[in-house]
Design a protein around this ligand. Structure first.
Ligand SMILES: [Zn+2]
Length: 156
């Protein structure tokens, strides 16, 4: 018996044994609600595995000092994909991502970072296709519009 407070959550499990998708995105707290709403209402996915790390799917393209993240985070995604029989992966890159700014420092202008992020998303798709050739992989770049709303632009 624990001596701390016990919270009871009344949200029931979705009942799906196999999650329909793995979502990979940045862990930035500012975008979580918008991403969840996009996944549920625009993509129609009510339940999914989430892999949220700084920079999102950037780790698939990581080299140099960041290569360790490619090794560990790819292994973690591979675990989820295998253990949960996932056939669909969605990668979302947020505009203005602090992880990208920290990696690219003085080159961290909007256009340069967007180019890097879109390119890294495409590398992520290539890497995921190696791991899971039959999987559907969707890529989205997420900037804000002039109204302050988050957009999800598909990268084909
Ligand atoms: Zn970020």
């Amino acid at each position: 018996m624990t001596e701390g407070i016990c919270f009871e959550n009344l949200v029931k499990c979705c009942g799906q044994e196999v999650p329909p998708a793995l979502i990979i995105h940045c862990s930035n707290h500012l975008r979580q609600q918008q991403i969840d709403d996009f996944i549920l209402h625009d993509l129609g996915i009510a339940s999914f595995d989430r892999f949220a790390v700084p920079g999102g799917a950037q780790f698939f393209a990581a080299g140099g000092m960041q290569y360790k993240f490619k090794m560990t985070d790819t292994e973690r995604c591979l675990f989820l994909i295998t253990a949960h029989k996932i056939k669909r992966v969605i990668c979302i890159a947020e505009a203005g991502c602090s992880w990208y700014e920290s990696i690219h420092k003085e080159k961290a202008t909007g256009d340069f970072l967007k180019g890097k992020q879109v390119n890294d998303l495409k590398i992520a798709r290539q890497e995921l296709n190696k791991i899971l050739p039959e999987a559907e992989v969707q890529l989205f770049y997420a900037p804000y519009n002039d109204m302050g709303d988050l957009l999800f632009e598909e990268i084909v």
